[in-house]
Write a protein that binds this ligand. Sequence first.
Ligand SMILES: O=C(CO)[C@H](O)[C@H](O)COP(=O)(O)O
Length: 236
Amino acid sequence: MTALNPDDAKRLAAARALDLVTPGMRLGLGTGTTAAHFVELLGLRVAQGLQVICVPTSERTRTQAQLFSIPLSTIEATPELDLTVDGADEFDPQLRLIKGGGGAHLREKIVAMASRRMVVITDSSKAVVTLGKFPLPVEVNVFGLEVTRRMILAAAKASGCDGEIRLRKTPSGHPFVSDNGHFIVDCFLGSIPDPNQLAARLVAIPGVVEHGLFIGIAKAVISAGPDGVEIFGELG
Ligand SMILES: O=C(CO)[C@H](O)[C@H](O)COP(=O)(O)O
């Protein structure tokens, strides 16, 4: 097979995920460059007459879906979904994920957990043996930011990780504000030896709104790379 660049790989994974979509489905639409390929391909199918109803995981995805005239709902009006297709920053052999590189992981997690199936689409560079190469995003309340930052650091240390925690900024140097009005801190922890333990510690911190570890949520990962498409987990 000819070498694929990462963007072609993302599109290939998105195209494979589109095969899972059947008429009448209620879909969760992820956020990010890979998910954007899926939204675009879905939009082309909708233009050909496919009937689906979709819940976007971010304002960015909502805007893109509207451009393609994809019928949209909200998670309040459609709290049960058949399938969510979303990208990831990393996945490990147990299909545990790091998400939130686009700052949308709170809505992404709510939508994924409202779905019978979450299928992740990625290029093969996102596969890791141990999570933590990518900084772990944590959405935090604006109030008490410094307290929360210290508590996250303590939770990371207690879970065998150490590193730096940085407030995410926009290119103009202002704090990045999520669609939900919160800040995001990026935790540069290196290898996370026990993601389940770290996740449990993070949810116990009052200022933490949601962390980017997705554990036991993804049913399958469709990963595309130079060797073609690989499926991890169960698509069905
Ligand atoms: O979690 C996410 C957004 O919050 C994205 O799915 C993740 O960052 C991957 O993005 P991309 O497909 O652009 O590599």
